[in-house]
Design a protein around this ligand. Structure first.
Ligand code: NAP
Length: 327
């Protein structure tokens, strides 16, 4: 089978399309024929081994797993002996951790869900990491309540476009932060208000929010405090630099959380099959839609990752693996 492989850390043009052996599912896995696979910032962080600590999980000197790509959608080709929820022929989507930039991949049954028939493979592949981050960031710790004011920083990106729509599903009053060229997009997916971060420092505009979901990670602890209500919380998913994350969010954030009712917390999304099922239902009902910026063929995966790495993607960047499945 064809796969996009990397054998050493570096820029996207080090990725090569190669023939490799088709994987075999373990007992609790299914083999999936991949129709579409989405890119995530984590893919290029792993590709470049940046920040450095990525090497502790991915391989100290060279990558342990030669194929990146975590969020996939496709058709089940074979099932392991202990798989109970899927059968050959089912259309699925979910997170396989790695190996998705390929024609076939194996994935754990518990990290997959049935793809709704009215949702394309590309739209489904776009969902897992970005939409789980948005859902868990808005819902967990303390459920977002109808009427609360929410600010989504990075509203036009992969995480942000789901976060704006999901916050509306929760009945929140949503403000999206993006640059001038994305104001219309963020309004169109449901934001009640949009703020152009290129115009002014929105942390000094005097407005306060019950929840800030930060998919950029560029604010200081003082900045979060200025825009949170007295009991508001900031959930920080994105990060610009490791030192900012450690100092502003982890250290100063936890001090803020200890000394006032405001909370500043970093978050890490978890792949949960019940959350994937929740998202599948919302997609099927048309309450949430995947915003897809660009689709590339498998051979152009390096171009897709290079584009994502610019930080300017509007929604998701997806690879269409099977040529018949273009949007
Ligand atoms: N913690 C977790 O579990 C988790 C999970 C998923 C992702 N993440 C992290 O979350 C971040 C976002 O992920 P993503 O998939 O949404 O990335 P992405 O799609 O690459 O984000 C691109 C978007 O970010 C916007 N953006 C860039 N700088 C901005 C700024 N200063 N203010 C507001 N918006 C800005 C861009 O809009 P403009 O062009 O308009 O600037 C663009 O639309 C990344 O750091 C990623 O690593 C964390």
């Amino acid at each position: 089978m064809k796969a996009v492989v990397y054998t050493s850390y570096g820029p996207p043009d080090g990725l090569k399309l190669r023939e490799i052996e088709k994987p075999t599912p373990k007992d609790e896995e299914v083999l999936i024929k991949v129709y579409a696979v989405a890119t995530n910032p984590l893919d290029w962080h792993k590709l470049r081994a940046s920040p450095f600590f990525v090497r502790f999980s991915e391989g100290l000197l060279k990558p342990k797993h030669p194929v990146l790509g975590a969020d996939i959608a496709g058709r089940v080709e074979a099932v392991g002996s202990k798989v109970t929820r899927f059968k050959v022929g089912d259309e699925v989507f979910g997170n396989v951790s790695a190996g998705g930039f390929a024609e076939y991949v194996c994935g754990a049954e518990n990290h997959l869900a049935h793809k709704p028939a009215n949702v394309s493979f590309e739209e489904a592949a776009a969902v897992p990491v970005a939409a789980l981050t948005a859902l868990q960031g808005l819902r967990d710790h303390e459920q977002l309540r109808a009427g609360q004011k929410v600010l989504i920083n990075g509203a036009s990106g992969g995480v942000g476009t789901y976060a704006v729509q999901l916050a509306k599903v929760f009945g929140a009053d949503v403000t999206g932060v993006c640059s001038t060229r994305n104001l219309e997009l963020v309004r169109a997916i449901g934001a009640d208000e949009v703020i152009d971060y290129t115009e002014a420092d929105f942390t000094r505009a005097g407005r306060r929010y019950d929840l800030v979901l930060d998919a950029v990670g560029n604010l200081s602890a003082a900045g979060y405090r200025r825009i949170l209500t007295s009991e508001g919380r900031a959930v920080v998913a994105g990060f610009t630099t490791l030192s900012r994350m450690l100092f502003q969010v982890a250290l100063l954030g936890s001090l803020t959380s200890k000394t006032s009712k405001r909370e500043i917390q970093p978050m890490l999304a978890a792949v949960k099959r019940e959350d994937l099922a929740t998202l599948a239902t919302l997609l099927e009902q048309g309450k949430v839609k995947s915003v897809i910026d660009r689709c590339y063929p498998l051979a152009d995966t390096p171009k897709a990752l290079a584009y994502l790495e610019t930080g300017r993607a509007r929604g998701k960047v997806v690879i269409s693996v099977q040529p018949t499945q273009h949007l």
